[in-house]
Design a protein around this ligand. Sequence first.
Ligand SMILES: Nc1ncnc2c1ncn2[C@@H]1O[C@H](COP(=O)(O)OP(=O)(O)O)[C@@H](O)[C@H]1O
Ligand SMILES: [Mg+2]
Length: 261
Amino acid sequence: MTSIIKLGGSAISDKGVPFSFNEENVKELGRALAETGEQAFLIHGGGAWGHPVAAQYGLNAFSYSKNVIGASRTRRAMLMLSVKVQKALLDVGIGTFYMSPQHIVDGARVAGDLFSMGIYPLTYGDVIFEPGKGMRVIGGDEIALKLSGLIKAERAIFIINTEGIIGEDGETIRRISISGANGFSVKEIPIFVGGRTVKFGEVLQAIEKSSSDATGGIAYKLMVASKLASEGIVAYFVPPRSQEIAKAIKGEDIKGSVVIG
Ligand SMILES: Nc1ncnc2c1ncn2[C@@H]1O[C@H](COP(=O)(O)OP(=O)(O)O)[C@@H](O)[C@H]1O
Ligand SMILES: [Mg+2]
């Protein structure tokens, strides 16, 4: 079985503390990979590294920028974060092969060969250049969606800093469904943003306005999960604990949330 695993920036850093890094949470993923031995394409987010620098220069995923220095600084911050992520994974015996999202189409082409060698391809949210358009941020969640069209994966696992998707009552919503027929309707999920609560269904048309971060936050992640689920790829939202991640990799019941078609 192959998983696309997005290690959330919220899980590997404290977004409230610029350039903070949570090495242990990265190792939790590494241990889950080592334990299960399943194939996975890894993506990590920007957390306290990419987001603050991107914001400082007005860069985001929803508009193109000509800010050369801002783009260069954001890319440098992401490189530095990725070095730490790759080191933490190596420390628990996980070898990665990193590739820029700029070249993800080429990268995806060799993913199968890398898998067969026991290597985990790894990419991360970054600034990309689109010919004829310009530079913009591409978030790790968007990369997960793009990758789903490039490699054959059965599951997408989003590791975040909460116990999955949280409902109005503060409890984890265990089973989410696009139609609402066989689980909690995705449209009704509360998005908690800056002391307000809005329903996912209401922000769907303007996701970028529902979050203060450069890539659309949890609403964008839910949108990606819904698209994946509609394509038959089960999406999991799990906290950064190796047991829960390992269960998601194996397709078992998790304490977090699962999004189904
Ligand atoms: N209903 C919800 N369930 C879980 N998290 C939510 C919810 N509404 C808002 N959030 C916020 O979304 C954050 C996760 O999204 P995001 O910061 O984009 O994560 P990542 O850094 O992994 O991409 C959580 O830390 C939480 O603050
Ligand atoms: Mg995010």
